[in-house]
Structure formats: structure tokens, C-alpha cells
Write a protein that binds this ligand. Structure first.
Ligand code: AMP
Length: 114
């Protein structure tokens, strides 16, 4: 999608610090990290958010989730644990309308989920 920030990151038009890539997904460091490790994992296909996943392939969505665990392990988070967060829409303060998972770790995270 032409005017999507994360599509531009995936294409390389906007620079990012890549931590993982395959044919379906791309992972890069968040520009404003909220933990020592803060990685964003996105499908390469433009999907605006969770409300738009109906009709997307189970394979892609499962791959996205499975890859979150792969990236977390690669980042050394497996032993101590980590959090996967994904905001959807206005009330959740989703700021970039391209489906993404936040992978957060490297310190003990807040007990609050909200
Ligand atoms: P969300 O608010 O859940 O939509 O998350 C969007 C995330 O994208 C935020 O954590 C931002 O810090 C991050 N972000 C915005 N622009 C960039 C960028 N150019 N490179 C890396 N991360 C970014």
C-alpha cells in the first residue's frame, strides 16, 4: 500500500533495523522502544489490523504468531519470558494501520495489561 508506513519499511523505502525476514513476514526494532527488546513483527501483505483479518489465510496468521516465538528466541528472550502485544483500533491506540505484533522483553514487564 503506497501510503502505509510499514509497507514502506518492508520495501526498504524507509530504513529500519531488521531482525528477521522471510517470504511472508518482516521484523524490525521499534523506533521508540518501551523495553530493552522491542521488536515489531508484520506481515508483508498489507492488512490494516485485526478487524481486517477475516478472509486472510490461516497459514499466514499462524505463521505470524509462530514467527513471534522464533524472533523472541533469536532475541534471547525465551528463558526469562516476554510479552506479545497487538493493538487494534482507536481505543487500543493503534497508531499504524498495518497489522503488527509488538514483542517486548529484556526486563520484568508491568503486571498491568491496560
Ligand atoms: P501501535 O501504536 O500499536 O500502532 O504501534 C506502532 C509502533 O510503531 C509504535 O511503537 C512506534 O514507536 C513504532 N514506529 C513508528 N514509526 C516507526 C519507524 N519508522 N520505525 C520503527 N518503528 C516505528
Amino acid at each position: 500500500m503506497d501510503d502505509c508506513l510499514f509497507c514502506k519499511i518492508i520495501s526498504g523505502a524507509i530504513p529500519s533495523t531488521k531482525v528477521y525476514e522471510d517470504d511472508k513476514v518482516y521484523a524490525f526494532r521499534d523506533i521508540a522502544p518501551q523495553a530493552p527488546v522491542h521488536v515489531l513483527l508484520v506481515p508483508k501483505k498489507h492488512i490494516s489490523g485485526w478487524s481486517q483479518v477475516t478472509g486472510e489465510s490461516d497459514e499466514l496468521l499462524a505463521h505470524l504468531m509462530r514467527t513471534a516465538a522464533v524472533v523472541a528466541k533469536q532475541e534471547g528472550l525465551e528463558a526469562d519470558g516476554y510479552r506479545i502485544v497487538s493493538n487494534c483500533g482507536q481505543n487500543a491506540r493503534q497508531s499504524v494501520p498495518h497489522l503488527h505484533l509488538h514483542i517486548l522483553g529484556g526486563r520484568e514487564l508491568s503486571e498491568k495489561m491496560n
